[in-house]
Write a protein that binds this ligand. Sequence first.
Ligand code: F3S
Length: 427
Amino acid sequence: MARLASVLTLGCKLNLADSEEIARGLRGAGFEVVDRLCKADAYVINTCSVTHVADAKSRRLIRSVRRLSPGAAVTVTGCFPQSAGFDAVGALGADLVVGTRDADKATLLEFLAARGRSPLRTKNSALRTGLHTRAFIKAQEGCNDVCAFCIVPRTRGREESRPVEAVAREVARAVEAGAREAVITGTQLGAWGRDLAPALKPHHLISGLLERTEVLRLRFSSLQPQDITPELLALWQDPRLMPHFHLALQSGSKATLAAMRRRYTAAEFRNAAARIRAAAPDAAITTDIIAGFPGETNADFEATLDLCREVGFARLHCFPYSERAKTAAAGRPGQVSPAVKQERMTRLLALGDELSRAFRERFAGSTRPVLWENEREIEGERLWFGHSDNYLPVYARGMDLHNHVTRALIRGVYHDGVRGSIPGEAL
Ligand code: F3S
């Protein structure tokens, strides 16, 4: 009987990519792997530390798996140990605590493979990993920037790019395992290639993956305005590249962006969004916003709302500013009160809903290709769920659509996405 490992992931797509690599290694070592919280012989908790809330979630998860399976091997990786300290995380009940680098993953796998070689338990026939329709693949690690709010350069270290051949091999492996879509991630994906010899740019990575792999759909998880070059956008003529751009804005105020030490101005962000719209009119542009950065005035905040409306983001990910130790903004004068942060968050969330609805409504009556991921029950109805090329969450009736790409007619806004119908399927 195979031993069961539960790999639990908090945080961003970068962590998802790391968890997929760890899960693959565990399968190779004879484990059955699931990605949910359940009784298991071994746990990998891949943590996040981007805010105080992320720290608290990481802490809670370590304690709860320890309570759930007292005899299991509990390992912790990701950003939380890097910021909170390895000993402090170990004291929460972990048997092994490692960081975020490739060598750390190897240590973790060795530890779990060696621990309790005899089969332990498992009546887990009902637990299945499921075939992943989308694979998260890391092309780059680390960040050399020094944004004033951000703990990530401390948790992820210096920039390091994986050569295009290595990334292409990972994509090919995922395709062989059944994935239809590869999501390419990096701590600072736009920095990809800077550290290679000769130095390369993200468009070299993208064209290299298009040439070297057969993957049906490619998505790039996050770029910055300065990465949106004509060479890069020209590649989006290829239908295998999904029209979805995640550009983290953080603030729409010139003064706040400068205080945050972002490497672009509000005007440069506007121009980048306009370039995307010109090259790919139906593209989803999604973003991250921080509410209440130290020194942010009402006028700064209003400038953020204005820029969000102007760009017409398909989705806003909003966070209240969270002071992180040893970052430049920690302890700065002008900290915004919790009440004001909350009020700004409420307005951002309302604007996010409004913009998302407007984006979804825009496509009613058109057809989009959808990769179907899983079945969900909504208000008593079994529906297939997937994402369109431009990242619309789509719900539709159908037979077994798992891991198929079909065209869907978008009928209108539904739930958190849109309702679609597949030609030939009953409505
Ligand atoms: Fe969190 Fe680390 Fe990602 S802090 S957001 S898991 S880079």
